[in-house]
Structures are given as structure tokens and as C-alpha cells.
Design a protein around this ligand. Sequence first.
Ligand code: FA5
Ligand code: MG
Length: 481
Amino acid sequence: MASPLFRSASTQWASRSAATRAGLAPRIRTAMATARKIPASPALAWRPVLCYSSTSLFHTSASRGSADSVNALKTPPQITAETITVGGKTYNKDSTTNVTPTILEKTTRQLHLIPTHPIAIIKNLIASTFPDFKHYDQFSPVVTTKENFDDLCFAADHPGRAVTDTYYLNEKIMLRTHTSAHQLQVMKESDKILVTADVYRRDEIDASHYPVFHQMEGAQLFDAKTAVEDIRNLIAAGSSAATAAITTEDTTQITPENPKQECHEEAAMLAVADHLKYSLNLMIRKLFSHEKDLQVRWIDATFPFTSPSWEMEILYQGKWLEVLGCGVSRQDILNNAGKPGKIGWAFGLGLERLALVLFGIPDIRLFWSQDDRFLKQFEPSKIQKFKSFSKYPPCIKDIAFWTTPNFHENNFCEIVRDVAGDIAEDVQLIDEFTHPKTKKHSVCYRINYRSMDRNVTNIEINEIQEKLRQEVVDRMKVELR
Ligand code: FA5
Ligand code: MG
């Protein structure tokens, strides 16, 4: 179970183990809608927008590079007893280091830069709905804890900083957990920015969770003094092209729990909020232009770096699926970016979430497949349904052990990933109990081994399972049962 990096994420992450135990569908949650107290001004309210009938209307906006070159990232990372070298830079290890070779190898893949890969196709389609935004997609995943947390107003004791949730190269250097890590840097350079990148989180193992996924960050800043007028004009100009409706439910409200920042004028904040939702509704409508009855809803959320904050959910196969988080940027961030006279919004969305839905890709590991049967299916700028190829049979093994007081499921999953790699399809807690006399706590995990592209033999899996049994004892000091 991952701890809450953000409140909304915690709902999404933390609910999983309990939900899995209860046999419920994990992660896709139903949120409560509430009545909006401060209504949007009619001039700024969401209006239907143009529904394009063909994805060929998307144009790819030029993507820009940045500090670290992609070539440096393609060089295989190296880990020695004392150091880690990644992206051409060497970092000293310390007692915080928890990044593994399996994870570091993923930094070389850069899926969002392969034009025929579904992640890159979605990236480009979304970027085309923000045509004049400066797009950065070549930042190294190695960032400082200042960039990932401090600059974004995370409290010093925020659980998202925990070693159980985040990959550290050392105490001060980590793999970014979200694209927001680059907000401050890029806001200094432009008022309209997009950042696409691979992000890393220690997490559980199943068909919709992988320790690496991709996010796109967007932000737009306005002159605080003229924001209301400027935004009204922008939305009026945009809506003149509107022809089709989108079913959008928005009953969120500004409350003490999801407040306006004190430094903001209410009218300017509401205008920015309306432009944010307007822009994201437009983007999602374009992406799902082929869907006749797309249902979208907005719910309240909490992030340390925005207030008020919201999440967008789309109705997918009868369930509400969270696709992005967003809000009005904390003024401290804009001030620190040297833009005290501005007010703005920011969003961060998950590209895999959208790709799973749009391409109908059933397992998140497929994005990492090097199999031509996967890679050759897609073409730049086109959304086409994934044609599944034969699934190989699974091999199921259980492992039971007495835990230690500091046992964390993510540490166990990390060892499974390290030992089995992508062959580990799913890890589920199937039994746990506390011994009435000794008070010792026992857990039993069921591991589903299956390769995406070949048959796995029982002998091979037995060897992996044996290695796993040794590694959990060595690394977590637990007692096997
Ligand atoms: C964030 O990462 C915030 N940085 C988003 C943000 C940016 C908010 C700017 C406000 C302003 P969150 O942890 O909820 O928030 O992740 C954002 C999106 O990434 C989610 O809505 C989801 O689409 C995707 N995502 C999150 N966790 C996973 C995961 N384990 N696997 C795949 N996608 C994920
Ligand atoms: Mg979230």
C-alpha cells in the first residue's frame, strides 16, 4: 500500500489493499459530488465545444529539449558499491538509497519519445490541443527532493517523502514522482507550459499498476489584474466554434476544505478555475471525439501546490476513472518563479490511464513490451484499438512469512520486481493473521507469474520463487513459514 503523496492519491492508492482484500475493484473509486456554493459567472461557465470527427485534425506541436540530453539518458545506468551513474551523472549512495537496477533500467526507455508508441501518440494528441504552449519532454527523471517536494510546498513530514513510496538515489536526489517537479523551473521560462515525462513510484503489482508511468503537466499564467477580462475573451473566442455537447458534471464548491487562497481576488480565481476546466474539457472532448456519450465529472481534491484543487474523472466501463489532478497554483510558486503579478492554473494527467481507455490496452506491462506484435500495431497521430495476441498460461506461487514491525508491502513488491522483473503479473495478499499467543503477524502473498511474450516453465518459476524466498529473508529479515 502506498502512502498518500496527495490526499486524492491516497484515496486512490491506499484504498487498494483493503479493497483487494474485500474483493472489490481497486483504484477506480466513486467520489461524492457536492453542490457548488459559488457559481461560475455565466460568461465563464463551461460551454460545449467543437467535437472533431477525426483524430487527423490533431497537429503535433514542437517539443523542446532541456537540461539533460536524451542520448545521455539512453546510456545504461551503472550501480557500484558507492555510486549510481544515470544520465551521464554520478551520485553518491547513502543509507537512503533504495533505487534498484530494474528501475534504473527503465530510465533509458523514454517511451514518450518513440513516435509510434501509444504513450507518445497520446502525448502528441494532447499537446495539439495546447498549440502555443512550450512543451518540454526531455527532462532527466533524476531530480532533487527540493524540486519534487519543497518547491511545491510539501510539508517536511509529508508521507509522500517516505522511502517506502519513493525511489531515492541518496538523501537529496530521487527519481521524480510527478511532472510537477519541473513546475517552478519551467514557469520561470514561460507562461504556457507542458511537461511530459516518465515518473516513478514504489507501488503494488497488478494489471493497472507499474512502478513507472507517464504524466503530462500543463500550466498557464495570466496577469492577475486583467485575468477576468482576458479569460472571458479567450473563452468567448474558443466557444464560437462549439457544435457538440459534452456531458460534464461539476458540482464542486469552494469551501474551507478546498479554499481560495487569501492573496487571490475571488473573481480572478474563479476566472482562472473556469479557464482551467474549460481547457481540460476541450482537451478530453478532442481525445474522445469518437465516443458518443462521454461522461466527465469534476470532484474536489487536495494538493499541496494548488488551491482550490480538483480531479477529473471519466466514466469508463461503468466506473469513474480518475485521469487528472489540477487546481489554481499556489501563489508562492509563482512568486518564487519571479512572477508575483500573475495568477494561474496547473494540471497533471496520467498518460497510461488515457491510453488504456483509448487503445483498449488490457495490461499496463504491455507499454513496456519490446515485442513487435505490440510495437508494430500503432501509427503516429492515430488512435486504434489494440489487437490482443495470444496470452501465455500463468504460473501461480504462494509465499508466507512472519513479518517484522517495520514490514511494508511496497518493499516486498520491490523485491518481487527485482527478482522476477515483468514476469510478475500480479501480487495479492491472500491471507493474514496474528498469532493469538506470540502476537506474531503472518502474511501470505499469491504471485501470478506470466510472460507477455513467451511460455514460462515451472522449473524456471521455481528457481525465481526460491530466489525470492532467499531475498525476502536477506533484505526484510522476515521469517518464512
Ligand atoms: C499528481 O501527481 C499531481 N502532481 C497532479 C497535479 C499537477 C495536481 C498539477 C495539481 C496541479 P496524482 O498522484 O493524482 O497527482 O497523479 C496524477 C494522475 O496521474 C492521476 O490522475 C492518474 O491519471 C495518474 N496516476 C497516478 N498514479 C498512477 C499510477 N500508479 N499508475 C498510472 N497512473 C497514475
Ligand atoms: Mg490523484
